[in-house]
Design a protein around this ligand. Structure first.
Ligand code: FES
Length: 173
């Protein structure tokens, strides 16, 4: 079964006032930009490596990259928001993604989200206080035949029941 829903990452979380980006992180980004800026198509690898350094891509980092690469901040923003593997908000050590695409939704993936919200004490888009988990709702992970689908980090779980989802999450403690 295929899904017509576009793959998107929710962007519903407010950016913290203190984005936590240190001068050392900016220095590392400068090195990354310097190594890539004259190569065609280098924006995506620059964003990937910068996200590895900072954990996410706040607007301050996007502007810094744009300046270093001599391109418009809107271009950087456009790429950072187009690809789901980029995040503009901080994430927990383990990112839990629950699919709310059509195939998963009809198999009650919303109940999985509700269970996780209750057990972890966070809303979608938030991080647990210990920084261990963040919860995201996504549109179609491209594995509709496994619906309902939950992804933790790089691991995909299919046919997940709301009553069992915490057994999966606890593997990452
Ligand atoms: S709707 Fe496609 S993986 Fe969930």
């Amino acid at each position: 079964m295929s899904c017509a829903s576009p793959c998107t990452t929710p962007k519903q979380v407010a950016i913290p006032a203190d984005d936590g980006i240190t001068p050392e992180m900016y220095r590392k980004i400068d090195v990354i930009v310097a190594a890539h800026k004259d190569k065609p198509g280098s924006l995506i690898p620059v964003l990937q490596k910068s996200q590895e350094v900072c954990g996410y891509l706040p607007h301050s980092v996007q502007r810094h990259i744009a300046k270093g690469m001599k391109i418009s901040p809107s271009v950087v923003f456009g790429v950072a928001t187009f690809y789901s593997f980029f995040t503009l908000v901080p994430r927990g050590k383990h990112v839990i993604r629950v699919c709310l695409g059509t195939a998963c939704y009809v198999k009650r993936s919303e109940e999985i989200i509700d269970k996780l919200k209750g057990e972890l004490g966070i809303k979608v888009g938030e991080i647990t206080q210990d920084g261990k988990y963040s919860l995201e709702a996504v549109r179609c992970l491209g594995a509709c035949g496994l619906a309902p689908v939950v992804v933790v980090g790089q691991d995909t779980y299919g046919d997940v029941a709301a009553t069992k989802v915490m057994e999966i999450v606890k593997k990452y403690e």
